[in-house]
Design a binder for this molecule. Structure first.
Ligand code: GDP
Length: 395
């Protein structure tokens, strides 16, 4: 059996274990390293070759699109990662890197429960960092922080340990001020500020593929001093092998982002105003794969062979081929032609996609981004508000 087929089979198996699923987005100000980091994660999870990660830029599908004549709108990917002896299914949704695509970023946030916010160590939190954080928090999506390009502090700016620490702490402080300001009136959210001690902050270099966090330092014995020495000695390959970035980040994802069972009871009341005492509400909050089907469409892509593909989060029930589903705001139903998951930007058809997962569906001709698609007529999800802030060009 091919490696890819094996990964698909493992993803299919894990789709039925919502406690081991993490639906996440990576969000960042443009150029802070989202694409490079994403590639690293895919390579670390065995989805693309380690050697070409960083050059391949799997999530940047444009070149791919031109070559194959396929339009992939949202680069969604699924990958698996073993954490504490348990395999996890990580569904990652790409978010566009420009403020002008604010609407798409917000839509992606509806489908996920965790947002890894990437901040460039040299530039610090930028206007779009604030925008993506606001988008995440308004959707009830929990943030963690990855401070990228730390190699530049060491090699380019020649900073010593103390200077570096001060700079990194300042970035964390700025991000936490934003989070505090945005969550202070949200009574369904605990303290969501990030902290090195708790392991909700990671540091590293997406370009050179190394990373650290408090838990990783405890595990590998590598601290900032060792990292500075190796980076200065240009031993980046050794650094990567001793403390690989993908392990640090994917461990953080599994440990600190909620699974759908923990997330949906909190998120559903935030994004759905239907009858809170109904069976449907209960089924969505319990992530019940035997309940009525409820899919929130977050993106529509076009494939010349398969036609329009609706991607979104299954909040309840199990999506299967042949189902007749209502599409909010339209009359009648659409019949599901196929259901699939995304692997490295490509769609893989599967037999079924149960609640808690991200699905790619064909046949929903009436659906648009933002549609509620369901097996019974229902109150649609709240419309996804676009947060567009003034476009600020970098100096
Ligand atoms: P995105 O716009 O957030 O997707 O950013 P990219 O991943 O495209 O990265 C923007 C630029 O920063 C590219 O030239 C990358 O090679 C570079 N870059 C990304 N991560 C790092 C890093 O950790 N260290 C350094 N020195 N450069 C990086």
């Amino acid at each position: 059996m091919g490696r890819r087929k094996k990964i698909v089979e493992e993803c299919e198996r894990l789709m039925d274990e919502p406690e081991n699923i993490r639906n996440i987005a990576i969000a960042a100000h443009v150029d802070h390293g989202k694409t490079t980091l994403t590639d690293n994660l895919l390579a670390g999870a065995g989805m693309i070759s380690q050697d070409t990660a960083g050059e391949q830029l799997a999530m940047d599908t444009e070149e791919d699109e031109q070559e194959r004549g396929i339009t992939i709108d949202a680069a969604n990917v699924s990958m698996t990662h073993e954490y504490e002896d348990t395999n996890h299914l990580i569904n990652l949704i790409d978010t566009p890197g420009h403020v002008d695509f604010g609407g798409d970023v917000t839509r992606a946030m509806r489908a996920v429960d965790g947002a890894l916010v990437v901040v460039d160590a040299v530039e610090g939190a930028m206007p779009q960092t604030e925008t993506v954080l606001r988008q995440a928090l308004r959707e009830g999506v929990k943030p963690t922080l990855f401070i990228n390009k730390v190699d530049r502090l060491i090699s380019e700016l020649q900073e010593g340990p103390e200077e570096m620490q001060q700079r990194l702490m300042a970035v964390i402080r700025d991000v936490n001020e934003l989070i505090e300001g945005m969550t202070e009136e949200m009574d369904d959210i605990d303290d969501w500020t990030v902290s090195v001690e708790e392991g909700t902050v990671g540091f590293g270099s997406a370009l050179y593929k190394w990373g650290v966090s408090m838990p990783s330092m405890q595990r590998t014995g590598m601290d900032f001093g060792d990292i500075i020495d190796l980076e200065r000695a240009d031993k980046r390959q050794e650094l990567h092998e001793r403390t690989p970035l993908s392990d640090v980040v994917l461990d953080m994802v599994c440990e600190h982002f909620p699974n759908p069972i923990d997330a949906q009871p909190r998120r559903i009341p935030r994004v759905w105003r239907g009858d809170a005492d109904s069976e449907l509400a209960e089924s969505m909050q319990l992530v019940d794969e035997d309940g009525e089907v409820v899919l929130m469409v977050t993106d529509i892509g076009v494939d010349p062979h398969a036609g329009e593909i609706a991607a979104g989060r299954v909040f309840s029930g199990t999506l299967e081929k042949g189902q007749d589903l209502y599409v909010s705001g339209t009359a009648g139903t659409n019949r599901v032609q196929s259901v699939g998951i995304y692997m490295g930007g490509e769609r893989e058809e599967v037999d079924r996609v149960p609640a808690g997962n991200i699905a790619a569906v064909t046949g929903l001709g009436d659906a648009i981004a933002g549609s509620t698609v369901s097996s019974v007529e229902m109150t649609p999800f709240e419309s996804i508000e676009h947060i567009s802030e003034p476009v600020i060009t970098k100096a």
